[in-house]
Design a protein around this ligand. Structure first.
Ligand SMILES: [Zn+2]
Length: 152
């Protein structure tokens, strides 16, 4: 993936990459000629997809090993690959298990198998960080809006 500076007709160079704790990925590219900069932002879902596919943002800046671990988990197709509950992102988060209503499980079953564990993890993290103990289709709707995942 490359970005082109239209004014200079020159490929921009990767300048900076940030992974804030919320899962958002920001990559900055700059034009070596005029110094103009652009930033690429990806929401948590997009970040996980990009990471899972092993795409190297800005060359080799992304460490390879963790991505390959994610990728091999995906290749095995284990639906529970991302359900490790050991590290809640938010210290004030609910510690108990987040449960899923029957209709929420039903809706999750429509998600393609290879990303289902990831999607489930995203919703579970969302619920846990907000003290929500039970995920329903309504919670999933709210989460999608909050996380910018519409259309997924
Ligand atoms: Zn330029």
């Amino acid at each position: 993936m490359k970005f082109l500076c239209l004014a200079c007709d020159q490929a921009m160079e990767f300048a900076e990459r940030q992974l804030p704790g919320d899962g958002t990925l920001a990559a900055v590219f700059g034009c070596p000629t005029c110094g103009r900069e652009i930033a690429m932002l990806a929401n948590p879902m997009e970040t996980q997809l990009v990471s899972s596919l092993g795409i190297k943002v800005g060359g080799r800046e992304v460490p390879e090993q963790p991505l390959e671990l994610v990728r091999s988990s995906l290749a095995e197709g284990r639906p529970d690959a991302f359900l490790d509950d050991s590290a809640p992102a938010n210290p004030s988060a609910v510690q108990g298990p987040v449960t899923w209503s029957d209709d929420a499980v039903q809706r999750l079953s429509h998600v393609p198998t290879f990303v289902r564990g990831m999607v489930k993890r995203i919703y579970t993290d969302y619920a846990r960080e907000r003290g929500i103990e039970r995920i329903t289709p309504e919670i999933m709707d709210t989460a999608r809006t909050d996380l910018g995942l519409e259309g997924m």
